[in-house]
Design a protein around this ligand. Sequence first.
Ligand code: HAM
Length: 422
Amino acid sequence: MIPAIRGTHDILPGDVQKWQHVERVARDLCERYGYVELRTPVIEREELFAKGTGETTDIVQKEMYAFTDKGGERVTLRPEATPSLVRAYVEHGLDQLMPATKLFMMGPMFRYERPQKGRYRQFHQLDVEVFNMGDPAVDAEVIDLAWSLVAALEIADAELVINSVGCAACRPTFQKALLAALGDDLPKLCQDCQRRAKTNPLRIYDCKVEADQPIIDRLPHSVDYLCEACATHFAAVQRQLTDWHIPWRISHRLVRGLDYYTRTTFEILGHALGAQNALLGGGRYDGLVKDLGGPDRTGIGFAAGLERLVLALPETAKIAATPRAFVAAIGEDGRAEALRLLRELRQAGLPAQMEFEARGVRAQLKRADRLAARVTLIVGGDELARGEVTLRDMQTGDQRAVPRAEAIDAARALLARDGAHP
Ligand code: HAM
């Protein structure tokens, strides 16, 4: 047996229903909020992420599945979707086609991380991005979509944390203050932090090393160094969230591990998840479109880890199973008619199954139960002689005869009773 690659997973029948549920809820919500779907390739030029995600990030430095292809080009499996969507936005001039562009995408991402619960090497994201809308109400709307997604999935114990990391104008002042406050303590921090102090001091807030925490806790907060425009923007985001009764907490440490963020950053934490507790994360990135060779357009978005949403689903999640029909045959004549019925049901758009091996009716009904059939259509010699089919409601056990010509409509009516099927 050749096993799957470490950090990758098959999604097996049984679990797949949970995935379909999460994907369905996500898609419905995105469409309700005015987003359109766009799909990009899984493989991109390596430089897209070096430039977009950032040379100094862990993702680019340590985690990319990058290689030279047979044509000698440096390519990589995408570690995140934001640079890909920005590339597509610029490459296809989407700003001309749809001035306020709201895009969403679902698909696999790849990061060479140390696998643990909630952290994988191939994982899946729902990614949403909004271009050319700089108003703080848009930040709040994007956060609202994220919050509504978690609520619609009935995930309990979720917490929204927000922060503002400022812009190109005010960030240098904050960085200076940060380094000044570190002062003589800098050599006491871990090697990673020493490196961060040189490349991107904000990233020191990402440090998880226990011994560093007392020093990091004393450092200044980005929100105290915002320029007037950024401070006004952040206040407006908070006002809008309050107005919509969306509860949040400011986390001064929420700088996020990617280089492109400006102003608002946010995450939703799922406290039942363990160490990898970020259900989703995102923020504004007003310089990225221009940095990647596009027009000067603002951007904001977030990505949710689908594995983490699936893990956080409550046991009681109401996952709608498609109601299906089962056809049971008695005797050879019944079997020929049952096969006809089976195909008619499917042609009529109804999911239907039957047992192909000759079995007694009781065994067939048992199988129908195992498949969670909503209705079973039974045909045998008696039914054939009367031109009828016996319809069994699998929830109540009630049986009644219906004329053969009405069998499909009668089955449809029963399947539709639970509201799930046409
Ligand atoms: P991120 O924080 O790197 O942001 O990832 C977003 C979410 O993807 C995380 O909160 C987590 O749920 C999930 N995730 C990340 N890495 C893994 C992993 N190794 N295994 C399982 N799940 C994982 C971004 O990717 C940004 N592109 C978000 C964004 C969109 N910002 C603006 N627009």
